[in-house]
Design a protein around this ligand. Structure first.
Ligand SMILES: [Zn+2]
Length: 268
């Protein structure tokens, strides 16, 4: 599932390709991915130009000239690719007046596209915690939020009401960089560890954006290419491989139904 760095990479690619462009026509090959009625969806876009493309958590909001928004939630396998060839997973094709095309591909069709009047009508946005790069996400916030929690710190990092956009890959990587055991109760995090979690969250996400995200299976950037951060992952998906710091084998455990990867030697 694309997480913040992947969605941010796609946002930047789309911004370069289609900001200020006008939708010429919208071809829907599979209405299952639409959360607006088909006719409203098409009529809501055709003739509109794009004023802004923003990311909120793992969602993209494309602001239209009439003040409405195209909301794109990629979920598991959604892709937004510019000027690519259509294939059997292409669900929607957005054509622009300058002949540019953006394809919405989605193998498993869990993604959602809809036209909205205002972001406040989306439940996900109303409960979303601060963005990791926002000043509201800081050491004090992390320390205060963890006081009332007995959940493992890993599970808290995955909670989008605590922080927006983090997912399994980056939660594992951040905790490795902090040398913190993912099973550690959030309530036992010290002030200096909260500071460290803040710094490493920002560092890991910035680095991942720099390498255009991590491609596990499906993620592709806006030009259809894989992200290069996968080769730089230190623990995620490296079960039984040697830790890059101490050489002991990376362990995989399950927390809240998700795989956690960590080094039991380095992460206490
Ligand atoms: Zn280690």
């Amino acid at each position: 599932m694309p997480e913040l760095p992947e969605v941010e990479t796609i946002r930047r690619d789309l911004e370069k390709a289609i900001l200020h462009k006008t939708f010429h026509c919208v071809e829907v090959y599979d209405p299952l991915v639409l959360r607006s009625p088909l006719k409203d969806f098409i009529q809501g876009l055709e003739g509109q130009s794009i004023k802004a493309i923003v990311r909120k958590g793992k969602a993209l909001l494309i602001q239209l000239s009439n003040g409405r928004y195209l909301l794109v939630q990629l979920m598991m396998t959604g892709q937004m690719v510019v000027d690519a060839k259509q294939d059997k997973h292409t669900r929607v094709v957005f054509k622009f007046t300058d002949d540019r095309r953006v394809l919405y591909n989605d193998q498993r069709r869990f993604g959602q596209l809809r036209i909205i009047k205002d972001p406040s009508e989306v439940k996900y946005f109303n409960v979303l915690g601060p963005e990791p790069f926002d000043k509201n996400f800081n050491a004090l916030y992390i320390f205060q939020q963890t006081r009332k929690s007995r959940r493992p710190i890993k599970n808290l990092l995955l909670d989008h009401t605590f922080v927006a956009g983090l997912g399994n890959i980056y939660a594992c990587e951040i905790l490795f960089c902090c040398r913190l055991n993912p099973k550690r109760s959030a309530g036992r995090i010290t002030r200096s560890q909260a500071q460290d979690i803040h710094e490493k969250t920002v560092d890991v996400l910035k680095e991942a954006i720099r390498y255009r995200g991590s491609s596990m299976r499906n993620y592709r950037d806006g030009s259809g290419q894989k992200g290069e951060f996968r080769q730089r992952l230190q623990v995620y998906a490296r079960g039984d491989k040697p830790c890059c710091v101490c050489l002991s084998p990376i362990r995989r455990i399950t927390q809240a139904g998700r795989s956690t990867f960590f080094c039991p030697q380095c992460q206490k």
